[in-house]
Design a protein around this ligand. Structure first.
Ligand SMILES: Cc1ncc(COP(=O)(O)O)c(C=O)c1O
Length: 412
């Protein structure tokens, strides 16, 4: 009796268990025949090689074989190829931001002692980047007036390796004579690169104007959502692309396939979005141009904008970003109040999304050679604060009404 009791208490009941599956190696067979309009997102750090032969055969110069998620995934490849197609280039690289794209171009083509020419109206962080190259890497950086070709020509020396172009210039919106600059550069054996962000790659075709390299902040119109940072570099010449690609690998700069997915999702609507941003900006610019509070509207489609004729010749339209210069009778505090009381324009950097944005700039703090206001302006004495406006996807009537209500309260 005693023994029996002990037996029942001490024996652990074990049932025969099926072996646990090996979790990392679970396999599922996906039924064939699924088709979707959205591209798959291939995320990877590790990329598997099918066998040792494939590993040994892999060569970093072959863009159509896979090695590591940092270099490319099918999702990144798809976006890069589509961007090249849009700009009429043949090769494309993705970078973590527009500024990184600018940086890669500099680090690829410039060595200690080389010369770099940058427009004075360049996007300001590009200016500070170039100044850093000059200070710490011995690159001879010079800023040029984008509207003065003879002066630019004089700056080109045997050491000059790269001329950077931005069209239109940041904040002041002047449009340079792109084909004249590229012809000049070619005649002196200098590479040209352009920041083509304002056009979204759709409104301007820099390769047809002789440019060697285009870069864009995809952060703007390609994203369209104000939530992704990315940049691109597009080339026609394989030689240039290969050099950029090798340097990108050295830098360890890659992008996330998830971010690429967001851009692939936005690309099909980019043309209609830019057309609407452009129409909104044009309507608001025209309206502002009639107002007594305003001295100048800096918008490439307006006849008095510097380089308007080049814009007419080289661009197929205008996008959503322009600047306005108020009369100097309005103090900075009044203009600040005008900005703060706008209901549809958020105060913030960047642009390209659905929401309108506004930003104040002190032009001279961002320039080193420009005379501001420009000497040719007959109304220089009246020039006051400059405000940059980005028109989102609200209606033109709503945007005008918003600007009007805030102007009527603060610019009196
Ligand atoms: C004309 C232009 N280029 C480049 C950039 C840089 O883009 P990101 O913000 O992706 O570095 C910007 C950003 O505002 C820009 O306005």
């Amino acid at each position: 009796m005693e023994t029996e009791q002990m037996d029942t208490e001490c024996v652990v009941q074990t049932k025969a268990q099926p072996p646990l599956p090996c979790l990392p190696h679970l396999r599922v067979r996906i039924p064939k025949g699924f088709a979707s309009l959205s591209p798959p997102v291939w995320r990877a750090s590790t990329v598997l090689f099918p066998n040792m032969e494939a590993l040994r055969q892999y060569h970093a110069s072959d863009e159509e074989s896979w090695s590591y998620g940092l270099q490319s995934t099918p999702t990144q490849y798809e976006l890069a190829q589509k961007l090249a197609q849009i700009e009429g280039g043949y090769h494309s690289l993705l970078l973590p931001s527009g500024l990184a794209a600018f940086s890669l171009i500099q680090f690829t083509f410039l060595r200690h002692g080389d010369g770099l020419l940058i427009p004075d109206s360049v996007y300001f962080p590009n200016r500070t980047h170039a100044e850093w190259l000059m200070r710490d890497f011995g690159i001879k950086v010079q800023f040029y007036d984008p509207m003065n070709l003879p002066a630019l020509s004089k700056l080109i020396t045997a050491k000059t390796k790269l001329i950077f172009i931005e069209a239109p210039g940041s904040i002041t919106m002047e449009v340079p004579d792109i084909p004249a600059i590229t012809a000049l550069a070619q005649s002196r054996g200098v590479i040209t690169a352009i920041d083509n962000t304002w056009s979204g790659g759709l409104l301007c075709r820099p390769f047809d104007l002789g440019v060697d390299i285009t870069m864009q902040a995809l952060t703007k119109y390609q994203s369209g959502g104000s939530d992704v940072l990315m940049g691109s570099i597009v080339t026609r010449e394989l030689r240039l692309h290969d050099q950029l690609r090798t340097r990108r690998r050295h830098m360890g700069w890659g992008v996330s396939s998830d971010d690429c997915y967001f851009l692939l999702r936005s690309l099909p609507s980019m043309a209609v979005r830019i057309a609407q941003h452009g129409a909104n900006a044009q309507a608001l610019a025209n309206w502002l141009n009639q107002r007594k509070e305003v001295v100048r509207v800096l918008h490439p489609a307006l006849p008095d904008c510097a380089g308007h004729a080049f814009w007419q010749r080289d661009f197929s339209g205008a996008s959503g970003l322009f600047s306005v210069v108020f009369n100097k009778r309005y103090r900075q505090t009044q203009v600040d109040a005008f900005i703060e009381d706008l209901q549809l324009f958020g105060i913030g950097y960047s642009w390209g999304g659905a929401h309108s944005l506004v930003m104040h700039y002190d032009v001279l703090s961002q320039r080193s050679i420009a005379v501001w206001p420009p000497t040719e302006w007959h109304d220089r004495d009246e020039v006051g604060c400059l405000v940059r406006l980005y028109c989102g996807l609200e209606s033109p009537a709503e945007l005008i009404a918003d600007v009007e209500q805030s102007m009527s309260r603060h610019l009196v």
